[in-house]
Design a protein around this ligand. Structure first.
Ligand code: NDP
Length: 356
């Protein structure tokens, strides 16, 4: 890998510092000697409640600023004040499911904010390097599997449509103005810091409670057959950083290359916890029975199905492997073990604090 070297004292701006990726990326950049500033959104998580930064021991080590990224003037002031060398644009309405309920807000948050940042970089800070958080969801139901940088986008949610717009705008600014702007097309990545509204974190949290006897209501899930390419967030933020250190800007897929179904994820989590589950029935009548208690542990709720489904999302990260030397280090069973251990520790600490 070539490009600029020596990161000590460099300034990084992370939009959406309270995100899962924001916390892992901030830790990586601080370790490398960067000065890190992160944005918060008005009405969003305040820095005092940024639990991911707290769990990583980063509170107080980053500067935070509250800014509405859909406001072009505010974005201009932000970049003038902080003059970042590298900008990692992670802030977004990030839930596919809820994007169907707030499509216009999703579009503004994800597409307009990106355009504002690019325009201020073009007019006032052309030396800054810019990373945009693109997503495998942009491929939607693309017939090509695995998906790579050249695969056509067929987005199937307001979230994905907005991300395609932001992605294309980022590419346009690179091509039209010669700016160092890149898209990381990241497949699903999880960690102990994954938001509780996402299916993996929901499965882990509820099954840990189930095993500890704190939960007896069945866990309701959407499509059990949905297959995803899941990786570890810690690996993926390393890839983001590498993209901005490269000799020339380009777009890269980061993926594990393996897919597992949601049913597989439940099975791996149960196995890690020593629960014996048996699947019975089909379609929306499918359930998982806890063989030790005889109780129904998982059910399917059609209300959780997406209005438009995506196909098999499996990524080919050959380009990132070849040019950036990037590869994932954590497979799904190891990732599940990591998430289960962290969730057990969290629940034990919570119950100790209630008792104490
Ligand atoms: P999270 O869901 O953990 O966090 C989202 C971040 O965006 C938070 O800082 C949140 O702030 C902020 N945010 C939420 N809604 C809005 C909004 N309407 N306007 C502006 N900011 C908002 O994100 P991840 O760490 O999972 O993902 C980081 C980025 O990478 C996102 O852009 C996501 O779309 C993208 N991505 C993620 C993948 C994944 O598997 N994790 C895969 C591919 C792409 P607050 O705390 O105030 O809610």
């Amino acid at each position: 890998m070539s490009g600029h070297s020596g990161t000590g004292g460099r300034r990084a701006l992370i939009t959406g510092i309270t995100s899962q990726d924001g916390a892992y990326l901030a830790a990586l950049l601080l370790d490398k000697g960067y000065r890190v500033t992160g944005t918060l959104r008005p009405g969003g998580t305040p820095i005092s409640a940024a639990w991911r930064l707290a769990e990583m021991g980063l509170t107080g080590r980053v500067t935070s600023v509250t800014v509405d990224l859909t406001d072009a003037r505010a974005v201009s002031w932000l970049l003038d004040d902080h003059a970042p060398d590298e900008i990692y644009h992670l802030a977004a309405h990030s839930s596919v499911h809820s994007s169907f309920h707030v499509p216009a807000e999703t579009f503004a948050s994800n597409a307009v904010s990106t355009t504002n940042l690019l325009e201020v970089i073009r007019t006032r800070h052309p030396e800054a390097r810019f990373y945009h958080a693109s997503t495998s969801e942009m491929f939607g139901d693309a017939p090509e599997v695995p998906q790579r940088e050249t695969t056509l986008f067929r987005p199937r949610s307001p979230y994905a449509v907005a991300k395609v717009a932001a992605h294309q705008m980022t590419t346009l600014y690179r091509l039209a103005y010669g700016l160092f702007c890149v898209n990381g097309i990241l497949f699903n990545h999880e960690s102990p810091l994954r938001g509780p509204e996402f299916v993996t974190a929901k499965i882990v949290r509820r099954l840990v409670r189930w095993q500890g006897g704190a939960e007896d209501a069945p866990i309701t899930l959407g499509r059990l057959d949905a297959r995803r390419d899941w990786g570890y967030a810690g690996d993926y933020v390393r890839g983001m950083w590498s993209m901005l250190q490269a000799g020339a800007p380009d777009d890269y897929v980061l993926a594990s290359g393996c897919t597992w179904s949601v049913r597989d994820f439940v099975g791996l989590t149960a196995q890690t916890l020593g629960l014996r589950l048996e699947w019975r029935g089909k379609g929306t009548a499918e359930t998982a029975i806890d063989l030790d208690s005889g109780r129904t542990c998982v059910t399917v709720d059609a209300a959780l199905f997406r209005p438009a489904e995506v196909g098999e999302l499996r990524g080919d990260s050959g380009l990132a492997r070849e040019r950036l030397g990037w590869s994932p280090t954590v497979d799904l069973p190891a990732l599940v073990a990591m998430m289960v251990a962290a969730e057990k520790a969290r629940q034990a600490a919570a119950s100790a604090s209630i008792k104490g």
